[in-house]
Design a protein around this ligand. Structure first.
Ligand SMILES: O=P(O)(O)OC[C@H]1O[C@H](OP(=O)(O)OP(=O)(O)O)[C@H](O)[C@@H]1O
Ligand SMILES: Nc1nc2[nH]cnc2c(=O)[nH]1
Length: 176
């Protein structure tokens, strides 16, 4: 694997595991006894979703949604792809993704999914970045970053590569 773009490790796999456990604890408290639809934002959210759901102790079903865009683009206007494999009407919905950067992707997804009349909507991510927009629903996350630097690994791509890195790293200057 050509790794010339990968800079410092920001989160090791151990720190990621600790972050997943932290988010799972919050969710297990909040959703205790409920039956929840977990919607993964693919492909970026696949890794976090897979790790997270294995630590969730409440009843859940899983679906997926996509709205991919160019990393760093702060106004994601890509089409939303949602097959609606499951009905979410009158059910609590938890949307799971790796990171909120501008927050525009998640803001659009939440607005879009709310039209399907879930009983509640909440967001879970591993990371949030400081310049994200306010999204008016409960948010669960492990780490708030100090800046908006572009990152790779654990679902986050650089030119569609490196999503499979088990750690999260910065992207070297000049490659951003
Ligand atoms: O808060 P924002 O500025 O909107 O950025 C966040 C989104 O960007 C990334 O996905 P991307 O669009 O790269 O899609 P993918 O990783 O799922 O392909 C990430 O997985 C979030 O979905
Ligand atoms: N590749 C990549 N995608 C993102 N989406 C939101 N934040 C990021 C990031 O830091 N890197």
């Amino acid at each position: 694997m050509q790794q010339h773009v990968i800079g410092d490790t920001l989160f090791s796999s151990q720190q990621i595991s600790a972050g997943v456990a932290q988010v799972a604890r919050q969710l297990n408290q909040h959703y205790q006894g409920q039956s929840v639809v977990v919607i993964s934002v693919v492909p970026g959210g696949i890794l976090f979703t897979a790790d997270l759901v294995r630590q969730l102790e409440f009843d859940l079903a899983m679906d997926y949604i996509a709205c991919p865009h160019t990393p760093g683009d702060r106004d994601n206007q890509s089409p939303i792809v949602y097959q609606q494999t499951l009905s979410i009407a009158n059910k609590p919905v938890l949307v799971v993704d790796d990171a909120l950067e501008s927050g525009s992707t998640m803001q659009r997804l939440v607005t879009y999914l709310s039209k399907y009349s879930p009983s509640s909507l909440a967001i879970a991510t591993l990371l949030v970045k400081p310049s994200r927009v306010n999204i008016p629903c409960p948010q669960y996350y492990a780490y708030e970053l100090a800046n908006d630097d572009l990152l790779v690994g654990y679902g986050l791509p650089w030119q569609q590569r490196y999503r499979n890195l088990p750690f999260i790293a910065t992207v070297l200057q000049g490659e951003v």
